[in-house]
Ligand binder design. Structure first.
Ligand SMILES: Nc1ncnc2c1ncn2[C@@H]1O[C@H](COP(=O)(O)OP(=O)(O)O)[C@@H](O)[C@H]1O
Ligand SMILES: [Mg+2]
Length: 239
């Protein structure tokens, strides 16, 4: 099992859109047994895949007791399950801070036999949860809106990881919502030609209405970008 976390200090940068589309790509393009674990109490990723937490479900309790398999639900897509967010996650930070620092790692271990890929959709911020997922994930995918500031934010994250950890996880920066009509975006893209790019696309916005991953809909440049980003992620996990 390999674990990929979508992380950013900021909100609204495309973490959830990428988590849903990458999880769907893992399940459909690579035929991986995939779990999308929605760790953001807002539950946007769960909602986009038409899964909602069952009444009374408590992801926070499941996490603290490493008893999560009962909370997993199938989606409409083969190989793709969701561990939906629920309101209990709002209090997760307090638990994580109070209890042992390896809670998330333990919880992931309880799922590792059932899945080949676990994708974590995280709430924003350098929180206690973030520190735990840096220790548990194999790859951190960081969506960045193209600008000099986002390049700096990435450097700050890498400094943080280097300072806090002996062997930090691999980090994959991804330009998100890139708009080549904007000079600032073009300049940022040219400065980092190796970073994967997800274009700003109406097709991604439309997911909030269709609740369907890009690769399950019509061909689009954004869908092509997801295919190529997923291939990139798999290459990094292999290397
Ligand atoms: N590549 C994109 N092109 C256009 N809109 C996007 C793109 N990625 C995300 N969005 C939209 O931007 C908003 C924030 O994206 P979201 O994935 O929820 O960010 P985060 O999870 O980082 O808060 C959503 O309304 C989403 O539909
Ligand atoms: Mg989100």
């Amino acid at each position: 099992m390999r674990c990929i976390a979508l992380f950013s200090v900021k909100g609204g940068v495309g973490k959830t859109a990428l988590a849903v589309n990458l999880a769907h790509a893992a399940a459909t393009l690579s035929g991986r047994r995939t779990l999308l674990w929605d760790l953001d109490a807002q539950g946007a990723a769960s909602w986009l895949l038409k899964v909602e937490a069952r009444a009374g479900a408590k992801a926070r309790k499941g996490l603290t007791e490493a008893e999560l398999t009962d909370l997993v639900q199938p989606t409409a897509f083969p190989n793709l399950d969701v561990l939906a967010a629920d309101r209990s996650l709002r209090r997760l930070e307090a638990d994580l801070a109070g209890e042992g620092e390896k809670m998330l790692k333990r919880a992931l271990k309880s799922l590792e036999k059932r899945y080949d890929r676990i994708i974590l959709d995280c709430p924003p911020g350098l929180t206690e949860l973030a520190d735990q997922l840096f220790r548990a994930a194999d790859l951190i995918v960081v969506p960045l809106i193209p600008s000099p500031l986002s390049t700096r934010a990435l450097a700050q994250l890498q400094d943080h990881l280097a300072a806090e950890m002996k062997s930090p996880p691999a980090v994959l920066p991804v330009f998100s919502m890139a708009d080549r009509r904007k000079a600032l975006h073009r300049a940022a893209l040219e400065a980092k030609p190796d970073w994967p790019v997800i274009p700003y696309a109406a097709a991604v916005e439309a997911m909030t209405a269709t609740r369907t991953p890009l690769l399950a809909g019509r061909k689009s440049p954004a869908a092509t970008a997801i295919t190529s980003l997923w291939a990139d992620v798999e290459r990094r996990l292999a290397g």
